[in-house]
Design a protein around this ligand. Sequence first.
Ligand SMILES: NC(=O)c1ccc[n+]([C@@H]2O[C@H](COP(=O)([O-])OP(=O)(O)OC[C@H]3O[C@@H](n4cnc5c(N)ncnc54)[C@H](OP(=O)(O)O)[C@@H]3O)[C@@H](O)[C@H]2O)c1
Length: 251
Amino acid sequence: MTNQKRRCLVLGGSGVLGQAVCRVLLKNGAQLGLTYFKNEEGEKALQANYPEDDIKLYKLDAGDADQIQSTVTQAVADLGGLDALVHCIGVGVTHSARDPNQHIRMDEITAQGWDEMFRINVRSVFLAATAALPALKESANAQIVLTGSIDGEKAVPSPIHYASTKAALGGLVRSMTKELGEFQIKVNMVTPGIMDAGLSQTLPGSMREEYKKHCGFKREARPGEIASFTAWLALENTYVTGRSIIIDGAL
Ligand SMILES: NC(=O)c1ccc[n+]([C@@H]2O[C@H](COP(=O)([O-])OP(=O)(O)OC[C@H]3O[C@@H](n4cnc5c(N)ncnc54)[C@H](OP(=O)(O)O)[C@@H]3O)[C@@H](O)[C@H]2O)c1
């Protein structure tokens, strides 16, 4: 990776994947802004290990459009520009009220639950990317990196509202690519299978066992294994764009 200081904003830097991404970015000399929602303690611990100028924290509720705009604006001002916007925010799986060993079923998902899932997993991506555009257009090598999920790509058992949000991100990636290509802004999505931490902990155990049975590696991914590729896109990529890169150990 290059030694040049890249200015990166990691939305959801407080999550399991987001923290792993932040660590790789910081290790490679990036200057970071990152957001948290409820996990302020984890963020402060991360910040304590780095010079104050290299890491700025912002509290963000990704359901609030105004907060997204003001957070991105503030981060761009603090970092003196922006080279990479990385979106690792996500809300996900919930158990079926009828059977705790199953994920939530189609007929248990309410209109409100559907809307909330889309507000956090999809709308926040669109709003953040739009807010970041003026700064990204000024970057010598701009990146937007999203986080998908295998549920949005393959027919695997999954709560349908969650899977639908991840599939929607695929459309967003492809269409943004065409609109932003003329500015040399790369747009990609890292699409994990199941990781051994984070949101997957809310999956029924039987589903995780089933995943391991069918995955070529016979194990879940470690967050660092997904994060290193996300960070590579943010730091190094020059010609990959419009792609969902599936990292599922050959499911
Ligand atoms: N874990 C997996 O196996 C897996 C597999 C495929 C895809 N993914 C995707 O990977 C991404 C990260 O997931 P993860 O496993 O790292 O989960 P996680 O540890 O639960 O992290 C979720 C992140 O989203 C943030 N967040 C949640 N609601 C928010 C809101 N309303 N406003 C702002 N931020 C909010 C959390 O902030 P706080 O913690 O500060 O509240 C946290 O930073 C998600 O997009 C997920 O869909 C995960």
